[in-house]
Design a protein around this ligand. Structure first.
Ligand code: FES
Length: 291
């Protein structure tokens, strides 16, 4: 957190520390939400007299494996109500006590999130994607739409007589198709049936990864086309980022985070590609992009 914040649990609330954090948009990292992965590790200091300490078996075992609790600390917690310094937020049931919680950022997501577009910041589709199978089909939808869109642009540029741009879009369609095949492979390995949805639930009703070029413009430069493609990749990145942050399902959050990483790589590659194009314009030497 950029600065400390105070939140209050409602009296009688029987949820975990993680649930309260989520309600207040405090980004304690989490994954399994069931005491198995350790991503919700937090450090807790008591500002008031601690209540009886109740550690679940899962919490004790995982904290021990992480080297965050000793046998003595377990004994002190269970026998003397002395709180251990580290807890798992998904296993910690909040009592009538004041605590100061610190946590590290989510190491499974890029340290700095994207600056979200309005569409991404109001996106609630992650709440509606109700299974991992459905999520993977959404990913297929993204790549499929992007490939079709680039194909259309390639054809349109060819008709307009701009062969260089036509080739570039055909190349971008090829990369989207490659990503499509990668997701398909993943689905086949996981035994997930192909059932591509009609929409991605994205607020502006345009598939996030589609480049924001609507029609052929023969005067567009390669650099413009690459920048539009970058925008498309950024929107794909935002889509997965938004799903990872809105889905209540741990298995979807986990998969979405993996896609966030992949999309971040695509964004980086396109940035490099653009930098090379800009350099070639300065030196007038054409370069062949490579992803
Ligand atoms: S241990 Fe996995 S989220 Fe808490």
């Amino acid at each position: 957190m950029p600065k400390d914040i105070t939140v209050y649990a409602i009296a009688g609330h029987r949820g975990t520390l993680l649930e309260i954090a989520k309600q207040h948009k405090v980004p304690i990292p989490f994954d399994c939400q069931d005491g198995d992965c350790g991503s919700c590790l937090v450090e807790v200091k008591h500002l008031s007299h601690p209540m009886a300490i109740a550690l679940t078996e899962k919490e004790k075992e995982l904290l021990r494996q992480l080297g965050k609790i000793s046998k003595q600390e377990i004994m002190d917690a269970e026998v003397n109500d002395m709180p251990p310094p580290f807890r798992l937020a998904c296993q910690y049931f909040v009592r009538d006590e004041d605590i100061f919680v610190t946590f590290e950022g989510d190491k499974t997501l890029p340290a700095k999130g994207p600056s979200l577009s309005i569409a991404a910041s109001i996106y609630k589709g992650g709440l509606e994607i109700n299974s991992l199978d459905a999520f993977l089909n959404f990913a297929m939808k993204l790549e499929d739409d992007a490939a079709i869109h680039y194909d259309e642009l390639a054809a349109s540029m060819k008709n307009l007589g701009n062969d260089s741009l036509s080739q570039l879009f055909a190349q971008l369609a090829g990369y989207s198709r490659k990503h499509f095949e990668e997701v398909k492979q993943r689905m086949e390995t996981a035994g997930v049936a192909l059932n591509i949805p009609a929409s991605t639930l994205w607020p502006d009703n345009v598939t996030p990864e589609s480049a924001t070029i609507l029609a052929g413009d023969a005067t567009m430069s390669r650099l413009d086309a690459l920048k539009a493609a970058l925008q498309g990749e950024r929107r794909g990145y935002e889509f997965y980022y938004a799903v990872a942050n809105t889905s209540p399902k741990p298995e979807i959050v986990k998969a979405a985070k993996e896609f966030v990483k992949e999309e971040a790589e695509h964004v980086e590659l396109l940035k490099q590609w653009i930098a090379r194009e800009q350099a070639s314009i300065r030196t007038s030497a054409p370069v062949q992009p490579a992803i």
